[in-house]
Design a protein around this ligand. Structure first.
Ligand SMILES: [Fe+2]
Length: 304
C-alpha cells in the first residue's frame, strides 16, 4: 500500500496506524497467488517472556496478564517465539508451565537464546522442530538459537527437514509460515546485527524460500525486543520481529526509517505487549496489543 498523500495533515500517528499505514509502507505483493485463497483466520504471537528476569516477579505477572487478555481476545492459537525464561533459569520452567495451564488456546513454543534446550524439552515440548497445519497454512517451527550467541544457526539437517516440509505443503496446496527466534534477514545499525549469517544457514534458508516463492508468506521471529519491525525484500515474504511481553527498547527506528538510514517497516509502539495476526483473503494484519490497552497500531499489507 503506498503512502496515502490524501490523509489530512492533522492525522496523528494513531489514526495513521488504524488505517494500516506503517512507516516505510509495505508495498504490494505482486505474487498474487499468495494467500488469496486462504479463509481469514487469526492467531496470537507472544515472544520473549523472560520469566525470572532480574529475579523479579514482574515478568511472570505480565505473562499472566497476557494470558488473561489472550483468553478474552481473538485468535485460534498462540505462538511463543522463544526466550520463555531469562538466562535459562531452571526454576522458571515449572512456573511457565503452571501459568501456561491457564491459557485457553493451543500454544506452540520454540526456544530462544535464553532457553536451555534440555530444560525446554523436559518442560515445554519434547520436539522443537515441528509443524502443524491450520486453515490452509503449514506453520514450520524450528530452533535456531544458541545459548552462547545472539546470532542464529540453521543446520543442513534442518534444511533437509524443511525441504520435505515445504514439498509436502506444496503437494497439499498449503501456504507456509516459518517461525524461529533469530531472524534470517541481514541487519545492522540501527538494528542489532543479530541474524543467521550466510555460512550458518542463511544462504540455504533463502534458497529454500526462493524455491517456494509465493508459497512462503511469513517468517516470524522474536529476539530483538523492538516492537513490530521487519522487512519484505526476499521473494515477497514478510519477515517480522515481534514485540516482547517482558520489555521493549527504543532504537529510534522510526527516525532512521524516515531519514532513509534504515529499510523495512516499523510500527512505532514499544509498550510491553503481543501481536494479533490476521491472515487470509489477500490480507495480512499484525496488530500490536499492549498489555492493559486496546490495539492502536498495526502493520498491514494487501494483495490481489
Ligand atoms: Fe529475548
Amino acid at each position: 500500500m503506498p503512502a496515502d498523500s490524501s490523509l489530512p495533515r492533522s492525522a496523528n500517528r494513531r489514526q495513521l496506524f488504524r488505517s494500516g499505514i506503517a512507516v516505510a509502507a509495505a508495498g504490494t505483493w505482486t505474487h498474487c497467488m499468495a494467500a488469496t485463497d486462504i479463509e481469514t483466520f487469526s492467531f496470537v504471537i507472544v515472544s520473549d517472556t523472560h520469566l525470572g528476569r532480574n529475579d523479579a516477579l514482574a515478568p511472570e505477572k505480565q505473562w499472566q496478564q497476557g494470558i488473561a487478555e489472550i483468553n478474552a481476545g481473538p485468535g485460534d492459537f498462540v505462538l511463543h517465539l522463544g526466550d520463555i525464561v531469562d538466562k535459562a533459569r531452571a526454576s522458571q520452567y515449572p512456573r511457565y508451565v503452571a501459568t501456561r495451564d491457564e491459557l485457553k488456546k493451543p500454544i506452540h513454543e520454540i526456544p530462544g537464546n535464553h532457553d536451555n534446550t534440555k530444560l525446554f524439552k523436559r518442560y515445554v515440548t519434547d520436539r522443537i522442530d515441528r509443524s502443524f497445519d491450520h486453515s490452509g497454512v503449514r506453520f514450520v517451527l524450528f530452533g535456531n538459537a544458541h545459548e552462547d550467541s545472539h546470532d542464529g544457526f540453521v543446520t543442513s539437517e534442518q534444511i533437509d527437514w524443511m525441504t520435505i516440509e515445504c514439498a509436502q505443503a506444496a503437494a497439499l496446496g498449503l501456504r507456509i509460515v516459518f517461525c524461529c527466534h533469530v531472524p534470517a534477514h541481514s541487519n545492522r545499525h540501527p538494528d542489532r546485527g543479530w541474524y543467521v549469517k550466510p555460512d550458518e544457514g542463511q544462504t540455504a534458508f533463502y534458497d529454500l524460500i526462493g524455491k517456494h516463492a509465493g508459497r512462503v508468506l511469513l517468517c516470524l521471529h522474536g529476539h530483538f525486543h523492538n516492537g513490530i519491525r521487519g522487512w519484505r525484500d526476499h521473494h515477497q515474504v514478510v519477515e517480522v520481529l515481534c514485540p516482547s511481553l517482558c520489555y521493549n527498547q527504543n532504537r529510534n527506528l522510526e527516525k532512521h526509517l524516515k531519514a532513509g538510514s534504515a529499510a523495512g517497516f516499523f510500527v512505532p509502539e514499544l509498550r510491553t505487549g503481543y501481536t494479533i495476526a490476521t491472515l487470509g483473503k489477500g490480507k495480512l494484519a499484525l496488530q500490536y496489543k499492549p498489555l492493559g490497552s486496546q490495539v492502536d497500531a498495526e502493520y498491514s499489507v494487501e494483495w490481489e
